[in-house]
Write a protein that binds this ligand. Structure first.
Ligand code: SF4
Length: 155
C-alpha cells in the first residue's frame, strides 16, 4: 500500500492561515486505499490563524518571510519538514497544496528582495525536503490532471 504524505488542509483540516481548509473530495477519492499521513508545517510552527508569509530570494538563499514582521520563518518550517520525514521513512508519495510557500511542489511564488515576482513555479520548504529525499512529489492539482478518472462506460 502506498504511504502518502499530504497537506492536512487538503483532507479538510482547518489549518489554513485564516482557519479554513482546502478539502478536495476528488483528490481524496483518487487516493482511496492509500495510507494518508497529514502534515501542516505552518500550523505546527505558528498556530492557526496566523499571518501569511512569502518565499523570498535572499543572499543566503530562499527564505520564508513573514508578511507582518518581516522576520525569517524558515528555520521552524525546515526543521518540521526534516523531523516529519525522519519519523515517516515509509512515505513514498508526497502531495502538497498548490501555491503554498510551504507545501507547493512546482507552483509556489518566489519574490526577489524588492518583492517583485521572480518565479511562480518555485518549491515550498516542505516540498523541498520531500524532493531532496527522492520522494515522488506532486502538487495536488497536477496529480489530479495526471491521474484522470476513467470514463464511466454507458453514460
Ligand atoms: S502549510 Fe500546507 S498543509 Fe498547512 S495550511 Fe498551508 S498548504 Fe495547507
Amino acid at each position: 500500500m502506498r504511504k502518502v504524505a499530504i497537506s492536512a488542509c487538503l483532507l479538510g483540516e482547518r489549518c489554513r492561515y485564516d482557519g479554513t481548509d482546502n478539502r478536495d473530495r476528488k483528490l481524496l477519492g483518487k487516493l482511496e486505499g492509500m495510507e494518508l499521513i497529514p502534515f501542516c508545517p505552518e500550523h505546527h510552527c505558528f498556530g492557526t490563524p496566523r499571518p501569511t508569509m512569502d518565499l523570498v530570494e535572499t543572499e543566503e538563499g530562499i527564505k520564508a518571510i513573514s508578511n507582518v514582521t518581516g522576520g525569517d520563518l524558515s528555520p521552524c518550517v525546515r526543521r518540521y519538514a526534516r523531523e516529519f520525514f525522519d519519523a515517516h521513512p515509509e512515505v513514498d508519495l508526497y502531495i502538497g497544496k498548490d501555491r503554498s510557500p510551504s507545501c507547493g511542489v512546482c507552483s509556489a511564488r518566489l519574490y526577489d528582495r524588492s518583492r517583485t515576482l521572480a518565479d511562480d513555479e518555485a518549491r515550498g520548504l516542505m516540498a523541498e525536503e520531500a524532493v531532496r529525499r527522492g520522494i515522488e512529489s506532486w502538487d495536488a492539482e497536477s496529480f489530479l490532471d495526471a491521474h484522470p478518472s476513467p470514463p464511466i462506460l454507458g453514460s
